[in-house]
Every structure is written in structure tokens, then in C-alpha cells.
Design a protein around this ligand. Structure first.
Ligand code: BGC
Length: 522
């Protein structure tokens, strides 16, 4: 096993410890919490394009789609009712992540994961057996609650468990599970849609019990994180657990820092209002902007509507679902690249490279669609090669997202919050992510109808904004112990103005400009 903690971080700390089998397996199990989120993202779009499903629950939408003889491709699929069904889940997830913040802080990360699994399981069953629209909606609300709890706790759990030098890779296991969930759901939809009798959608929706059971059982067998044990007063147990996780006896330095972080955290009575204090301005800004930007890349236009989009550019029904499977495979593979590179190349490099790549592809896709569909949205006969070029650009775009904003949108927030605001700040991160997923899901089809191919330029604009933001405002966080993160703000050209020297016990004498090694702590 490779030893970690050889070179000091910017705060001068280098906790010893190994990447033990124990921590690797633990993180792999916990990361599977991402499966439920991914499965739902992948399944909803496919199910809502199944005729039998529409006929049963949304007959007016179905009739409209059948009767629509307009040739304007941009506006064909514009249905608010249906998107409301899909996006209702994100509102529920938003609310539950706020409740989950208290559960995670007071009872530990594990219990939140368990709630996540159980609620999602209940939602999946109700949806699988649904007889009426109210059952569908109730099911989706429960699924949303499940996702809110899981997305709140799993990224925190992973970042706290991991040895700091491998934190990026282990945390991205969460995003890898999301992408695997999406891919499996796409493949299942492809086959279930073919079931004669038209009840395949029940299998698609009910199938969500499988990832739900995985996270439920996982949560039961996983250990609690040492940070969380200390937070809840189980200090001795926490120390033994830390030794086990790191595979060594000498964990004193890291342990003492965790206890210090916890002591500071206990002085905080109101974690929410605490977040508004000046010294947390950098973290609060990131907790709000990173998830917003992640959604403003426009990724979910592809994740939710790939089959519809591919139909629009002239693929048949089957080929469209197949293309969604292809983008799903690219998504998983490129996430694996990120796991490999995140602790080597750093977060900033991936953000900047991924942003540039997405930007180029968005402009290319806008140009391709604009050239053929024009303003009227009447493409006439599209040659096959043309559709293939568009799919190719979309794949390169998905790859760019999958090694940058996809995983980093969950990793970076989870690693920059000090313990005293960690749960609350993570709720803000999840809530913002859900609000923006909701808004984009809700307005995408309308936007497509009005902005036409310019929609891709709309998202391209945001990619430019977010890439500039990262360049100027996000310091590098790779290889920095999580409880040491304070020093990166103190060193930063912009954020340092918010951080007073005595804001951080243990970092009283932060030296500036010490040759790129970061400030030293005393
Ligand atoms: C995002 C989802 C997105 C998925 C795609 C996640 O990180 O939060 O909104 O659908 O990545 O892989």
C-alpha cells in the first residue's frame, strides 16, 4: 500500500497513514449512494417518452404529441405537465437536504444515508405499482427525499474518511456511481420499452429498489467517520477507528486536529446563521455558485432529453435511445479519467480544461443545428453523417463535463467546509444543485422552442463565466488535509481579505508569500 502524508501540505501538516484496504472498501460501499441519484436521472427521461406510460397517466400529453403535425422541431416536445412530473423530485430533494443537515450533524452521516435508502426504496415501490397520477407524484416525492438525504451525507462521508492525498479519487467514487446509475437506467429503458403489453415502465420505475437496497444495506454495515464520532462525543472510539482506517498507530496529529475542529464546532450554536459570518464568505460563495454553475453547463439537457434531442436531429426511436446509451458510456469512462487525475493534476486543471472542451463543443453543436434547422426548425431530409457529427460533439462535451464539473461539483464543496459549518453548508450545496436542476429541467423545452439552436449558446455563455470564475477565485485544494483547508483562503489574492489571523486557532501566525509552499502554521 502506498504511504501517504510524505510531504507537508500548505499548512505544514503531513498526517501519516496508508491507503488501507479498509478505507478503500468502505469508500466504495459508501460511494454507491450515488446510484439512486443516477438511476433516477437516467430512468425518468426514458419512461416519460414511453407511449404506454403517457397514455395511462398523461393522456392529454399523449394526444397532443400524436396530433401535432407542425414541422417546427424546436417546439414539438414542449409540455409543462410532463416536465413538472420529472422535476417535482428535485423540489422534494431540496427540502429534505435541509432536514438532512440536522440529522447528519446530530446523529451522524450513516443515519442520513440509511434514511436516504429507505425513503428511496418506498418511493420506488409506490411508483412501480402506481395506478394513478397521485401515486406517481407521492412516489417521486419520496424518491426526492431519499436523494436529498443521500447527496447530503455521502460526499461528506467520503471526504472525511479518505486520506487527504487520495480524497479526490475516493470522493469521485460518488460521481462514478451516479454515472453508472444513469447508464444502467438508460440500458434498462431501452429493453423495457420493448416489452409487449406496455408495462415495461413499471419495471423501470420499480427497478429503483435495487440501488435503494444497496445504499440501505451499505449504511447499516458502514462505520461512522471519526470526525462525526468526535462531533458526537465518542472520542475514544473515534481514535481507535482512525487508527484502523489509516492502518497505523500514530494518528495523534490528525486526531488532535479533528478534536480541535470539533471543539470549535461545539461553540457554534446556530450553524445556519454562523454561515453568514464574514470568515465563511469564501465557503458560502462556493457552496452557492459551484452547484449553480454545474447545472448551468447544461448537462442535464443531455441527461434528461438525449433521446428527444436525438429524435429531433433525425434519428429513429431506437437509434435515439441507443445514442443515449452511448453518451452514458462516455460519461462513465470520462469519470474514471477524473478519478485517476484529480489528485495528480489538481481540481483547477480539470475545471479549466473541461470548461474549454465543453465550450468548443457547445459552439459546434449550435452551429451544426443552426445550419440545418435554421430559425424555422424545419430541417428537411438530414443526412446520416450529419447526425453522427452532432452525436460526436455531444460525446466530447459529456466527456468534458464528466471529468470536471460533474465530479468536482460534489467533491470541492465537500472538502472545503470546516466542521462547524460542514453539514449546513453541504445542504446549501445540495439545495442549490436541486433548484437549478429543477429550473433547467422545467424550462429547457420552452427555451428550446424560443431560443432554438441559440440554447446551446446560452449554456456556452455560462461555461465562459464559470471558467473565468474558477480561474480567478478557486484555489487549488488537492493534497490538503480537510481540517487544514483554512490556509488556502488566507493565501488567496482575493479571499484573504475575509480571513483574520486570529480566526483560526492553530493558524495564528500565517505567513504570506512563502515561496509557493503556502503559509506555515505554528
Ligand atoms: C450532476 C447531475 C448530472 C450528472 C451527470 C451530476 O454530478 O449533479 O445533475 O445529471 O452529474 O452525470
Amino acid at each position: 500500500m502506498p504511504a501517504v502524508g510524505m510531504g507537508p501540505g500548505p499548512g505544514g501538516k503531513a498526517y501519516p497513514g496508508n491507503l488501507t484496504l479498509y478505507v478503500t472498501v468502505t469508500c466504495m460501499v459508501a460511494a454507491m449512494g450515488g446510484l439512486i441519484f443516477g438511476y433516477d436521472i437516467g430512468i425518468s427521461g426514458g419512461v416519460t417518452s414511453m407511449d404506454s406510460f403517457l397514455k395511462k397517466f398523461f393522456p392529454s400529453v399523449y394526444r397532443k404529441e400524436q396530433e401535432d403535425s407542425s414541422t417546427n422541431q424546436y417546439c414539438k416536445f414542449d409540455s409543462q405537465t410532463l416536465t413538472m412530473f420529472t422535476s417535482s423530485l428535485y423540489l422534494a430533494a431540496l427540502i429534505s437536504s435541509i432536514v438532512a443537515s440536522t440529522v447528519t450533524r446530530t446523529f451522524g452521516r450513516k443515519l442520513s444515508m440509511l434514511f436516504g435508502g429507505v425513503l428511496f426504496c418506498a418511493g420506488a415501490l409506490i411508483n412501480g405499482f402506481a395506478q394513478a397520477v397521485w401515486m406517481l407524484i407521492l412516489g417521486r416525492i419520496l424518491l426526492g427525499f431519499g436523494i436529498g438525504f443521500a447527496n447530503q451525507s455521502v460526499p461528506l462521508y467520503l471526504s472525511e474518511m479518505a486520506p487527504y492525498k487520495y480524497r479526490g479519487a475516493l470522493n469521485i467514487g460518488f460521481q462514478l456511481s451516479i454515472t453508472i446509475g444513469i447508464l444502467v437506467a438508460n440500458v434498462l429503458n431501452y429493453f423495457f420499452a420493448k416489452i409487449k403489453g406496455g408495462w415495461g415502465w413499471r419495471l423501470s420505475l420499480g427497478g429503483a429498489v435495487v440501488p435503494a437496497l444497496i445504499i440501505t444495506i451499505g449504511a447499516l454495515v458502514l462505520p461512522e467517520t471519526p470526525n462525526s464520532m468526535i462531533e458526537r462525543g465518542k472520542t475514544e472510539e473515534a481514535k481507535n477507528k482512525l487508527k484502523r482506517i489509516r492502518g497505523i498507530d500514530n494518528v495523534d496529529e490528525e486526531f488532535d486536529d479533528l478534536v480541535a475542529a470539533s471543539d470549535e464546532s461545539k461553540m457554534v450554536e446556530h450553524p445556519w446563521s454562523n454561515l453568514l459570518r464574514r470568515k465563511y464568505r469564501p465557503q458560502l460563495t462556493m457552496a452557492i455558485l459551484i452547484p449553480c454553475f454545474q447545472q448551468l453547463t447544461g448537462i442535464n439537457v443531455i441527461m434528461f432529453y438525449a433521446p428527444v434531442l436525438f429524435k429531433t436531429i433525425g434519428f429513429g426511436g431506437d437509434a435515439s435511445l441507443m445514442s443515449a446509451v452511448i453518451t452514458g458510456i462516455v460519461n462513465v469512462a470520462a469519470t474514471a479519467v477524473s478519478i485517476y487525475g484529480v489528485d495528480k493534476w489538481g481540481r483547477r486543471f480539470l475545471f479549466l480544461e473541461g470548461g474549454t472542451q465543453m465550450l468548443i463543443c457547445q459552439i459546434a453543436v449550435a452551429a451544426c443545428i443552426g445550419a440545418k434547422f435554421g430559425i424555422q426548425g424545419e430541417p428537411g431530409n438530414l443526412p446520416k453523417w450529419y447526425a453522427i457529427v452532432v452525436v460526436l460533439f455531444i460525446c466530447i462535451y459529456v466527456a468534458g463535463f464528466a471529468w470536471s464539473w460533474g465530479p468536482l461539483g460534489w467533491l470541492v464543496p465537500s472538502e472545503i467546509f470546516p466542521l462547524e459549518i460542514r453539514s449546513a453548508a453541504q445542504s446549501i450545496n445540495v439545495s442549490m444543485n436541486m433548484i437549478f436542476t429543477f429550473i433547467i429541467a422545467q424550462i429547457f423545452l420552452t427555451l428550446l422552442c424560443h431560443l432554438k439552436f441559440g440554447l446551446f449558446i446560452f449554456f456556452a455563455f455560462w461555461v465562459v463565466v464559470m471558467t473565468i470564475f474558477i480561474f480567478f477565485f478557486l484555489p487549488e485544494t488537492k493534497n490538503i488535509p480537510i481540517e487544514e483547508m483554512v490556509v488556502i483562503w488566507k493565501k488567496h489574492w482575493f479571499w484573504s481579505r475575509f480571513i483574520a489571523d486570529d480566526d483560526y486557532p492553530g493558524h495564528r501566525a500565517v505567513e504570506m508569500g512563502n515561496g509557493g509552499n503556502g503559509p506555515k502554521s505554528v
